[in-house]
Design a protein around this ligand. Structure first.
Ligand code: AMP
Ligand code: ZN
Ligand code: FE
Ligand code: FE
Length: 293
């Protein structure tokens, strides 16, 4: 059974609608897929409907933008009640900050000799409720300034890059607490990609477990090499964490991240659903999730 616990639709910065994403999961032999759009739950009803149609179990997820000190950290939440406050309000505040950041980014690009308007970016964002740098990257591609998203990030948009603009994110510990208050399970996404291992020290992860009850870490991720995964697997084992694996699929937005290219072991999914149940969530066991299809 293939289980992929981290994907993005065009409700944030993926390129497939939730329906197409679930259809592709089915085609790739994925039995359980979690939709984890950035800072919003809006794609879940459509994904769940598609899941029933195509016989794929859809686990409701989210990827929350957080920080700890200078480190930018993504936190996955599974099984959250999308209506729970204050999580819902905080997410909406972060999405608003993303929208106002677009103008500032365009100003920086203008100073670098590249002219884009807000409507160029909104056109690329299309159905998205969460606007991000990838949509600005897409607008740069359309205008011919760069060849693809990767080049846009590598040249201008990377963290600290010449066209980078900060935005609001949640404190990591608080985000874990908010996920738990929404009766969800909190898993740190790809802790050690892009040289993040210094900023996200093992001590930080251990403290999040101790002080906030962090539930898991993402181990098998396309952007973490084998040695990194081995170290994360060991660390997670020592800390009693759920260790997951996923593609971080973004459609055409990211190459090398096909749905199901990395997977979560069934035993780890069991741990996730048990922890959701322990928090009062009503997803049921893995068997019940699959039987509802
Ligand atoms: P934002 O949410 O606006 O901060 O933009 C971050 C998003 O951009 C993340 O979801 C990443 O998936 C994506 N991203 C970050 N770095 C790159 C890169 N080098 N190439 C393509 N996408 C990237
Ligand atoms: Zn993304
Ligand atoms: Fe991420
Ligand atoms: Fe992601």
């Amino acid at each position: 059974m293939r289980i992929d616990l981290h994907t993005h639709s065009n409700v944030s910065d993926g390129t497939d609608s939730p329906t197409v994403l679930v259809r592709k999961a089915q085609r790739n032999g994925v039995a359980v897929v979690a939709l984890c759009d950035h800072d919003c739950f809006d794609g879940l009803p459509e994904a769940e409907e598609a899941g029933r149609r195509f016989g794929v179990a859809v686990l409701p997820g989210i990827e929350i933008s957080t920080h700890s000190g200078d480190a930018q950290i993504h936190l996955l939440g599974y099984g959250c009640d999308p209506w729970a406050e204050p999580l819902r309000g905080e997410l909406s505040r972060m999405r608003a900050s993303r929208a106002t950041r677009v103008g500032d980014t365009l100003g920086k690009l203008e100073a670098l000799g590249m002219h884009l308007t807000e409507s160029d970016v909104l056109e690329q964002a299309g159905a998205a409720t969460t606007i991000g740098r990838p949509h600005i990257a897409d607008a740069l591609v359309v205008k011919g300034y760069v060849a693809d998203r990767d080049e846009a990030f590598a040249a201008y948009l990377y963290n600290g890059g010449p066209a980078y603009v900060e935005r609001e994110t949640l404190d990591l510990g608080r985000a874990i607490d908010l996920v738990h208050q929404a009766r969800g399970v909190a898993v740190m996404a790809h802790p050690w990609i892009r040289g993040n291992s210094e900023a996200v020290a093992p001590e930080l992860i251990a403290r999040m477990v101790r002080e906030h009850g962090l539930d898991g870490i993402e181990v098998d991720h396309p952007d973490q090499d084998q040695e990194t995964r081995r170290m994360l697997f060991d660390l997670g084992g020592r800390l009693g964490l759920v260790r997951t694996g996923s593609s971080d699929y973004h459609g055409r937005g990211k190459t090398g991240h096909e749905i199901g290219c990395e997977t979560t072991r069934p035993s780890a999914l069991h741990e996730v659903t048990e922890r959701i149940a322990a928090r009062g969530g009503d997803l049921g066991t893995v068997e019940q999730i699959l039987n509802r299809l």
